[in-house]
Design a protein around this ligand. Structure first.
Ligand code: PBG
Ligand code: ZN
Length: 322
């Protein structure tokens, strides 16, 4: 008989043989900055997550800094939206101003700027719309302008999440032309058309006003196609890759990690967060246990880093575990 239990007898022995670990260094915290003054709005479908106006966002940034979370992923919510998402590439837009603020006051926090038009378009789609179609090639120059504008504002990393074809190459070229040869691209390469984004669209006010995103985001049934998307983005110049959502797509993360040797980040999305929060609020699950178990599952699947709304909680839980 093999005695596996020998190595499970004590806390110390279990820790000694543990294969994977979650650290606060793994975490990336998504944040929402909204145009206006003195705003701290809790997102109804995401308890504990708030939209902050620029004058109050330090409350949250102070917590991020104190928790030693290395990076934030920033989403801006503009006051005015239009057909062509002008706010996305306005050098004085809400996101750009927030990036300048963070890099000025919290220079050690890595700022990742999400690059996508949906928070800025009146129709809520991630690209230009013509007669009900989401245009691909015509959208690329706007995404490029947006990425350059974010880099100019001081973004450390740009992360295109629109899922237009060819956008990584277009963004790389534009960044290089403007002198941002050292700004890395973190591409949402394997981003699935998922019901798990629902609460985010409340938080960012970015739900499409007609149709859905299935003509550009991936079909949840297609794992092999995800590898082709990743391969293509790497050829176009992506430096790091996001797989999204996380928990229902751990097979994609595991396979991607085996196929490609670049940093991989998984996005533990809004719906995954809200489900845990709702069950915990009802007393149906032990929040700390479930959250830490989800985190270790993502690491075990091969994620190098984790974008998660639980980041501040995880930092606290890890401290309690020490
Ligand atoms: C914008 C974007 C979305 C998310 C990140 N960037 C929403 C979407 O594609 O509809 C989802 C994040 C989440 O659910 O937490 N394209
Ligand atoms: Zn979008």
């Amino acid at each position: 008989m093999r005695r596996f239990r020998r190595l499970r007898q004590t806390k110390e022995m279990r820790s000694f043989v543990r294969e994977h670990e979650v650290s606060v260094k793994d975490l990336i915290y998504p944040m929402f900055v909204i145009e206006g003054d003195n705003i701290k709005n809790e997102v109804t479908s995401m308890p504990g997550i708030y939209q902050y106006s620029l004058d109050r966002i330090d409350e949250e940034l102070d917590r991020v800094k104190a928790a030693k979370i290395p990076a934030v992923l920033l989403f801006g919510i503009p006051e005015h939206k239009d057909e062509i998402g002008s706010g996305a590439y306005d050098d004085n837009g809400i996101t750009q101003r927030c990036i300048r603020h963070i890099k000025d006051k919290y220079p050690s926090i890595i700022v990742i700027a999400d690059v996508c038009l949906c928070e800025y378009t009146s129709h809520g789609h991630c690209g230009l719309v013509c007669e009900g179609h989401i245009l691909n090639d015509e959208t690329l120059p706007l995404l490029s302008k947006m990425a350059v504008s974010m880099a100019k504002a001081g973004a450390d990393i740009v992360a295109p999440s629109d899922m237009m074809d060819g956008r990584v190459a277009a963004i790389r070229e534009a960044l290089d032309e403007e002198g941002f040869i050292d700004t890395p691209i973190l591409s949402y390469s394997a981003k699935f058309a998922s019901g798990y984004y629902g609460p985010f669209r409340d938080a960012a006010g970015s739900a499409p006003h007609f149709g859905d995103r299935k003509s550009y985001q991936m079909d949840p049934a297609n794992g092999r196609e995800a590898m082709r998307e990743i391969e293509d983005d790497l050829e176009e110049g992506a430096d790091m890759i996001i797989v999204k959502p996380a928990l229902a797509y751990l097979d994609i993360m595991k396979e991607a990690r085996e196929c490609f040797d670049v940093p991989f980040i998984t996005y533990n999305v809004s719906g995954e967060y809200s489900m845990v929060k709702a069950a915990a609020a009802n007393g149906w699950i032990d929040e700390k246990r479930i959250v830490l178990e989800n985190m270790i599952a993502m690491k075990r699947a091969g994620a190098d880093r984790i974008i998660t709304y639980h980041a501040l909680d995880v930092a606290k839980f890890l401290e309690e575990e020490e």
